[in-house]
Design a protein around this ligand. Sequence first.
Ligand SMILES: Nc1nc2c(ncn2[C@@H]2O[C@H](COP(=O)(O)OP(=O)(O)OP(=O)(O)O)[C@@H](O)[C@H]2O)c(=O)[nH]1
Length: 411
Amino acid sequence: MTRKILIIEDTPTIARVQKHIAMKIGYDADIAGSLAEAKELISKNSYFCAVVDFILPDAPRGEAVPCTIEAEIPTIVMTGSLDSTTRDTVEKYPIIDYITKENKQAYQYLEKQLQRLPRNENVKVLVVDDSAATRRHICSLLSRHKYQILQASDGIEALAMLEKTPDIAVIITDNEMPNMNGDELCGEIRRLYSNDEKAIIGISGSDASHLSTRFLKNGANDYLRKPFNNEEFYCRLSQNVDMLEQIATIRLQANTDFLTKLPNRRYFFEETTKSLKKIEKSSQVSSLAMLDIDHFKSINDTHGHDVGDEVLKGLSICFAKYFEKQLVARLGGEEFAVYFGETSKEEALKRLEGFRHFIELSSSEFSNLKIKFTISIGYVHGPVYQIDELLKQADIKLYEAKESGRNIVIS
Ligand SMILES: Nc1nc2c(ncn2[C@@H]2O[C@H](COP(=O)(O)OP(=O)(O)OP(=O)(O)O)[C@@H](O)[C@H]2O)c(=O)[nH]1
């Protein structure tokens, strides 16, 4: 779904720059050169957000701001300069943010805000406070920036909610609450979830100077003193969400094979080791296959490395269709592994044989040069709970598959 943005700006060059920024991010954009034009567009369209110039020829005192706010369009205000009258007007309305155009980084900042809004729709924030009024206030700030919101009235309820909704990213918690104080809740959350999974922002109205330190020492990422300034609240919150996002990106890069975008060897070892521990505890048997393209060297030697890469990428895409619930990784070169966990031997072999057959029939689809190739597969199934041992046994079967003429599954 393309989100539509309304740009209300009477200087055409500035409007064009803003439209360019919005479209680069993926928005559709309408431009209104005056308040009258804006009203006309608002009556006919629905907008995800608006970027509003504070001074317009037919709205010299910021009258366009209440117009978008009344139409329930999340609003970013652009101002020429921020004198006290402008600031008072801007602060009167529940806008997302204001940006001073005279600032050199104004458009970079606008771009960041426009990128954050759609992202925030997927960020879950849990608000923990025993005061319903404070919760309401924080929730209204969060909904203005399009965050997904969950609420709990004390620490016990918050922990239950975290267990039920594992993808909560940020917890904003008060300190003085019945049953469990905010700093204690913080400690408990950190016992269960790491800093790269969840960010915690502590808030308190207390004057006690040591409280911020207590929050931080118990694992909070940030602290806000009540009553807090809305702008500071948003800045701290988005910095924490940015940080979680950056960690997730780094983690994804560290766990992904660059060429095929499949999980890499490192991720495969980490995940299978965890799973094998569980399987061993419940006395189940494990199940794994190693797959290898036949005579891949000759594809490289005959057609070049780039064509070889194309073949590897094409094959990797097919894994997702055949092994939706299994963990597939590129171990290196033209060697891949499929970890079945507790799947029965019959089921695993049926899938592997189906995949081998599919590749035999369709491999020419994966490259522009229509290169045909086959794969060999070695499969193991048994009470083995060390991943290197499982791979060693599967590799022996794979070697047998190669020795017996290739394009075969050996178990
Ligand atoms: N294009 C491309 N080739 C790679 C990559 N990684 C490894 N290779 C090549 O994969 C080939 C593997 O060759 P071999 O181990 O001899 O295996 P094979 O030719 O497939 O022979 P069999 O496995 O016995 O059927 C070598 O030519 C490597 O250079 C890669 O990322 N891209």
